[in-house]
Ligand binder design. Structure first.
Ligand code: FE
Length: 196
């Protein structure tokens, strides 16, 4: 049967198409995984890292970014679908921000690329709200009790980007060198302390 009630979820449809392409020798799954990983870890998040580095070196840019993120991000040339209503939330010594999409997997594509698998997992989506401190500790990020954790639930309308704190001892670094320090996970908020 066909019709809207019988359409498989997007994951099933993609898996079916992938299986056919592999069977016909048109697609190499290892190559495909490599491409997805490249978008998840390299390409996309490097844009967000440039935004963060600019905010660290330019206080006026930081103000614009926190006040009207979409426009400030567009100044660096990034924007478009899945990123046209951006909000940037700033970590401070007293506040840690964590981004989740409890409903599905909304994510700021222009600044972070594709969401990692765990971001889409039901466990992350529910626990980020229910027990963020415990979840973060299990992911290797211990947030001490004196630091407030603010959880931001993304939606089709609003996408969030965390502005991590600039690491100590980086006063002499250029904007380009600073951008290299910024990780994808720090801009989602599952990492807090950047290493130099
Ligand atoms: Fe979503």
């Amino acid at each position: 049967m066909t019709g809207p009630d019988h359409v498989a979820p997007i994951e099933a449809r993609v898996a079916a198409i992938e299986a056919i392409l592999v069977e016909k020798g048109l697609l190499d799954t290892a190559k495909l995984d490599e491409i997805v990983q490249h978008f998840e870890e390299d390409l996309g998040p490097r844009n967000g890292a440039k935004v963060v580095a600019r905010a660290w070196v330019d206080p006026e840019y930081r103000q614009r970014l926190l006040a009207a993120a979409t426009a400030a991000i567009a100044e660096l040339g990034f924007g478009g679908p899945e990123g046209d209503h951006m909000v940037v939330v700033e970590n401070t010594p007293a506040v840690h921000n964590l981004v989740v999409c409890t409903l599905c997997s909304c994510y700021p594509w222009p600044t972070l690329g594709l969401p990692p698998k765990w971001y889409k997992a039901p466990a992350y989506r529910s626990r980020a709200v229910r027990e963020p401190r415990l979840l973060l500790a299990e992911m290797g990020t211990v947030i001490t009790d004196d630091v407030e954790i603010r959880v931001w639930d993304s939606s089709a309308e609003v996408r969030y980007l965390v502005l991590p704190q600039r690491p100590a001892g980086t006063e002499g670094l250029s904007e380009e060198a600073l951008a290299v320090l910024v990780t994808r996970d720090s801009m989602i908020g599952v990492e807090r302390q950047l290493t130099t």
